[in-house]
Design a protein around this ligand. Structure first.
Ligand code: GTP
Ligand code: MG
Length: 427
């Protein structure tokens, strides 16, 4: 199926936008919806990289073709479509391709071919600012992109530069593999050194007793906007994917006057390339070592997208820090939704743009950092005097009121105590 792309891109900033065809192979375990939403995301990624999707091709297959992923017949069909369109210089595959498949496809299609991971790496190369960010991107590019575009010599220049070639630079990649290996080793050594410095800084923070809070979430959820609202950090926030690569940390004062360090982090995406997760280990450690993690979800998206992105976020946060971590689910962009019925009772609803609900979020952060402590109201029937005595041991009892049938108690209790005395909690 080849369709003219109807989703015209909004971005019309200056400069030529490289025109591309998006290709996806639908394997038996994928649904049509998954393929389409993934292609929509690929189109947004391409937009962020400065390209424009003009054609979409979806093909159903039982298994990928070894040589070209899509098979010879389909490749010929796409080649014809590219020729008749006239301006397409790039084919972006949503599936992961091997170096050999890329080579064969470039021969068959006559345009540069990249896959989803290469496109993401390209954006990362564009957006990395700090030395650490640049190092991390270069390592990931050398491991993933380099073998895929190496040794093409003339054919590379025939297909032109642009999207999928940023990062370490073509000339560097055209050199031999041994050189590449040496470069990787030296970059890894530099990165280890930066990681050691970060670890020392972290230890220092731990000693000082100041708690840290990380803002995590899918790319474009509004993490930077929230950090900016709360701390005036002035971090770039944009309606683009992966606007932030480098973590920014700022001091924030909570309602009780305690200071915490709040960190904005690199966004998540479905099928985040493993090479990136590994290369960005030190950046992602901001989440791993945080005392609490605010997981941001864009509340203004359709149900299915919101659920999908929450699942991706949940999985990555669990992988990074285990399931025990204090996680606060925070729904953002609430100024764009009339009623947010989907928010679970433990979630908070905010607008990082207007500041609505942000006070509630700060209270929640404070309570998480206090071990989930909050004020709870209980009623203990007279027959449960023993349990009431126990409550005094585990929680800070604020007030009591005796009634004919039992005692009403207001207490400041942590999560464990709340669970222990749940059956006495007033509804
Ligand atoms: N209406 C509305 N827009 C918001 C809100 N928060 C963020 N945005 C917009 O959403 C877009 C993405 O915001 P960012 O803060 O860059 O998102 P991010 O999570 O940091 O994204 P990456 O760094 O790319 O992962 C921007 O265009 C923001 O202006 C909000 O509460 N309401
Ligand atoms: Mg950001």
């Amino acid at each position: 199926m080849i369709t003219e792309n109807s989703n015209k891109l909004l971005n019309t900033d200056s400069g030529e936008r490289q025109k591309a065809v998006l290709v996806s192979v639908m394997l038996p375990e994928m649904t049509e919806y998954e393929v389409e939403t993934s292609l929509d995301e690929l189109e947004r990624l391409l937009d962020t990289a400065g390209g424009e999707a003009v054609l979409r091709v979806v093909q159903s297959r039982q298994t990928p073709d070894n040589k070209t992923f899509i098979g010879k017949g389909k490749a010929e069909e796409i080649k014809q479509a590219i020729d008749s369109e006239g301006e397409i210089t790039l084919a972006v595959f949503d599936n992961e391709l091997t170096p050999a498949q890329i080579n064969n496809l470039e021969d068959a299609l006559g345009v540069r071919v990249i896959d989803r991971t290469m496109l993401i790496l390209d954006i990362f190369a564009l957006h990395a600012v700090t030395a650490e960010g640049k190092l991390q991107v270069e390592i990931a590019c050398l491991k993933y992109t380099a073998p895929r575009i190496m040794g093409k010599g003339k054919s590379l220049s025939r297909l032109g530069g642009g999207i999928g070639t940023r990062g370490p630079g073509e000339s560097q990649l055209e050199t031999d593999r041994r050189h590449l290996q040496r470069r990787l080793e030296s970059l890894n050594e530099k990165l280890r050194e930066l990681e050691r410095t970060s670890a020392v800084k972290r230890k220092g923070r731990e000693k000082s007793g100041i708690k840290t809070v990380a803002i995590a979430g899918y790319t474009n959820a509004g993490k930077s906007t929230l950090l900016n609202y709360l701390t005036g950090a002035g971090v770039l926030s944009e309606d683009k994917l992966f606007a932030t690569l480098d973590p920014t940390t700022r001091r924030l004062t909570l309602p009780d006057g305690a200071d915490v360090l709040l960190t904005d982090t690199v966004g998540f995406i479905d099928r985040l390339p493993t090479h990136l997760v590994k290369a960005f280990r030190s950046t992602l450690e901001e989440i791993k070592y945080a005392d609490a993690v605010v997981c941001l979800i864009d509340a203004s998206e359709p149900d299915t997208e919101r659920v999908r992105k929450r699942a991706v976020t949940e999985q990555l946060v669990n992988e990074l820090c285990g399931e025990q971590r204090s996680v606060i689910w925070c729904y953002n962009k609430c100024d764009k939704v009339a009623e947010a019925e989907f928010i679970s009772p433990d979630g908070v609803c905010v607008s990082a743009a207007t500041g609505e609900g942000v006070d509630g979020l700060l209270m929640k952060i404070k309570s998480e950092l206090d071990g989930g402590k909050r004020i709870v109201e209980y009623f203990f029937p007279h027959s449960n005097g023993a349990e009431l005595n126990m409550l005094y041991r585990f929680a800070e009892v604020k007030s009591t009121e005796y009634a004919d049938t039992g005692t009403y108690v207001t207490a400041f209790a942590d999560t464990e105590t709340q669970n222990r005395f749940k059956r006495f909690q007033k509804k």
